[in-house]
Design a protein around this ligand. Structure first.
Ligand code: GBH
Length: 493
C-alpha cells in the first residue's frame, strides 16, 4: 500500500476523525451490563454520624482545606447516607443493571480493626443493598475507594506492612455481613492513585511526599492485601456466596509520538509502569520485567544496596498470581509519549524511573478537569492492547466519564458517552471481551482536590440546598435510551 493511502486508511480505521455518522451502530449484546457509579467519601456525607470513625479524607479536608480548590469537604456531600432511597430511584430511572458504590471502612469498623463493628453503619449498607435488590439492580461493591481509617494512617498507612492483615480482616467482615447479596466485589479502586497520590506526589490524602520510595512500598502492600482478600473469599465464601472478586486498575491510553522504535519502546514501558505495575502481578505474575530492571539499575546508580522496588518471594508471586475473576478498568483520557534520554540519577521518583516525555495534544478537546482530554479512540486502542497483552480477560469498565461545570444541558457529556461507548463497541468487534460499562458518575459529587468545582454527574445535585436536590441532565436521558435500546444511535443493526 502507498504510505499516503495507508495513512488515510488508518485514520479511518482508528477513528482519529470521528463525526457523528462514525458512531458504531451495532447493538450491544443483551447480556452486556450497563451501570453507574459513586464512592463513599464523595457522596455519603454524615462524616461523624452514628458512630462512624474518622478517615484520612475527613482529616485532610478538616485540617488542610487549602489543598481543596474551593476549601470544601465531604462532610455532607450528596447526603446519600440519608438519601440512599432517592439514589436508588435515580439508578432505577436510568434502567441501570448495576450500581457501583464503595463501603466506608471506618463507618463499618470505627477503629479500623474488626473487634468493634458499628451496627448503624452496617444497617446503612444493608438497607442500600436491599433497596437495590428490591429494584432488580445488581450491587457492585468496592471495599476501598481511598478512605483509610485515620488511625491506620497514624500507624504508617499503606507503605507499612501491618496494613495487609488489617485489610484482610476488614474484607472478611464485609464478605460475612453483605456477601449473601453481593455478586461482584472490587477490593481496591485505582490503587495507583492511593499510592502515587497519597504517598509520592501528595495529590490525594494523606498528602505525603516520599517519591520514588513510598509509592512502591504502598503498592507492594496493596497487592498483598488484594490477594489476601481474594483468597479469603475463595476459601471461605465462594462456595456459598458464588460471587466474583477483582480489582479496579486505572490507566490512560498511551499513544507513541511516532512509529520510531524508540518512541514505541518508551510508550510500552510507560504502559507497563502505569498499568502493568498492578495488572502484571495479578494476571501474569510479579512486576513487569522492565520495572524490575530499570528501578534496580537506578537504585544501584544511586548507591543503594537494594532496589527501591520491593521484591516478591516466589511464594508471594504465586499467591498473588491468578487472584482475579474479571478485570475492573477505569479510564478517562489519553496521553502521547515520546522517548527521551533517561533522566539523571538524583531525585528519585516513579516518573524519573519511567523517563519518558508524556504530553497531551493541544488540539484535543478539554473537559473541566485539565487532565481530562476527550480522546474517544484511546478507549478502543486501550481495550485491544489489554486484551492482547494480558490474555484476553473479561473486562468490566468500572468508570468512564467526563467533567464540566454542572449545566443540566450537558452536550459535551452526551457526546463523550456516545463516542467512548462507540469505541467500546468497536473494540468488542475487534475481539475484546468487554462484559460491561459503568458511567462515572450517577450524580455530581465531591471531586477530591477539585471539591465541587468539577462535575461528573448524570444528575445535577444542588449543593446549596439542604435537600441536595437531584435533577436529571440531558446525558441522563441519553444514557437511559442507550441502556433501553442497547444502541448509541437512532437505530441499530
Ligand atoms: C477516578 O479517578 C476516581 O476513581 C473517582 O473517584 C473520581 O471522581 C473520578 O475518577 C474523576 O476524577 O495530575 O492533574 O494530571 C480518576 C483518576 C484523576 C488519575 C486525575 C489521574 C491526574 C491528575 N485520575 N489524575 S493531574
Amino acid at each position: 500500500m502507498e504510505p499516503k493511502i495507508f495513512l488515510i486508511y488508518s485514520f479511518l480505521i482508528f477513528g482519529y476523525i470521528q463525526a457523528e455518522d462514525d458512531v458504531n451502530n451495532k447493538a450491544f449484546p443483551d447480556d452486556f451490563l450497563f451501570g453507574t457509579a459513586t464512592a463513599s467519601y464523595q457522596v455519603e456525607g454524615a462524616w461523624n454520624e452514628d458512630g462512624k470513625g474518622e478517615n484520612i479524607w475527613d482529616r485532610l479536608t478538616h485540617t488542610r482545606s487549602s489543598l481543596i480548590s474551593d476549601g470544601s469537604t465531604g462532610d455532607v456531600a450528596c447526603d446519600s447516607y440519608h438519601k440512599y432511597k432517592e439514589d436508588v430511584a435515580l439508578v432505577k430511572e436510568l434502567g441501570s443493571q448495576h450500581y457501583r458504590f464503595s463501603l466506608s471502612w471506618s463507618r463499618i469498623l470505627p477503629n479500623g480493626t474488626a473487634d468493634v463493628v458499628n451496627l448503624a453503619g452496617v444497617t446503612y449498607y444493608r438497607n442500600l443493598i436491599k433497596e437495590l435488590k428490591d429494584n432488580n439492580i445488581e450491587p457492585l461493591v468496592t471495599l476501598y475507594h481511598w478512605d483509610l481509617p485515620q488511625v491506620f494512617q497514624d500507624q504508617g498507612g499503606w507503605p507499612d506492612e501491618f496494613i495487609v492483615d488489617k485489610f484482610a480482616d476488614y474484607a472478611r467482615v464485609c464478605f460475612e455481613l453483605f456477601g449473601s447479596d453481593v455478586k461482584y466485589w472490587l477490593t481496591f479502586n485505582e490503587p495507583k492513585q492511593t499510592c502515587l497520590g497519597g504517598y509520592a506526589d501528595g495529590s490525594k490524602a494523606p498528602a505525603l511526599q516520599n517519591p520514588g520510595v513510598a509509592e512502591y512500598k504502598c503498592t507492594h502492600n496493596v497487592l498483598k492485601s488484594h490477594a489476601k482478600a481474594w483468597h479469603i473469599y475463595d476459601q471461605e465464601f465462594r462456595a456459598t456466596q458464588n460471587g466474583k472478586v477483582s480489582i479496579t486498575i486505572d490507566t490512560s491510553w498511551y499513544e507513541p509520538d511516532s512509529n520510531s522504535a524508540q518512541d514505541e519502546e518508551a510508550t510500552e514501558r510507560k504502559r507497563m509502569f502505569e498499568f502493568g505495575w498492578y495488572i502484571h502481578p495479578i494476571f501474569i505474575g510479579d512486576y513487569p520485567e522492565v520495572m524490575k530492571t530499570r528501578i534496580a539499575a537506578r537504585s544501584t546508580a544511586e548507591g543503594l544496596s537494594e532496589s527501591r522496588l520491593p521484591t516478591f518471594t516466589s511464594e508471594e508471586v504465586a499467591y498473588i498470581r491468578g487472584t482475579h475473576d474479571f478485570l475492573g478498568l477505569n479510564t478517562y483520557s489519553t496521553s502521547m509519549v515520546k522517548a527521551i534520554d533517561d533522566l539523571p540519577i538524583g531525585q528519585t521518583s516513579f516518573y524519573n524511573d519511567v523517563s519518558v516525555n508524556e504530553y497531551q495534544r493541544s488540539d484535543w478537546e478539554t473537559a473541566a478537569s485539565g487532565w481530562l482530554k476527550i480522546v474517544p479512540w484511546g478507549m478502543r486502542k486501550l481495550l485491544n492492547w489489554i486484551s492482547k497483552t494480558f490474555n484476553d480477560p473479561p473486562i468490566l469498565i468500572t468508570e468512564n466519564g467526563v467533567s464540566d461545570y454542572g449545566d443540566v444541558d450537558d452536550t459535551v457529556r452526551v457526546n463523550y458517552y456516545r463516542d467512548y461507548l462507540s469505541n467500546v463497541r468497536s473494540a468488542m468487534e475487534d475481539g475484546a471481551n468487554v462484559i460491561g460499562y459503568t458511567a462515572w458518575s450517577l450524580m455530581d459529587n465531591f471531586e477530591w482536590y477539585a471539591g465541587y468545582t468539577e462535575k461528573f454527574g448524570l444528575y445535577k445535585v444542588d449543593f446549596n440546598s439542604p435537600n441536595r436536590t437531584r435533577t436529571p441532565k440531558t446525558s441522563a436521558a441519553y444514557y437511559k435510551k442507550v441502556i433501553q435500546t442497547r444502541c448509541l444511535v437512532d437505530s441499530c443493526v
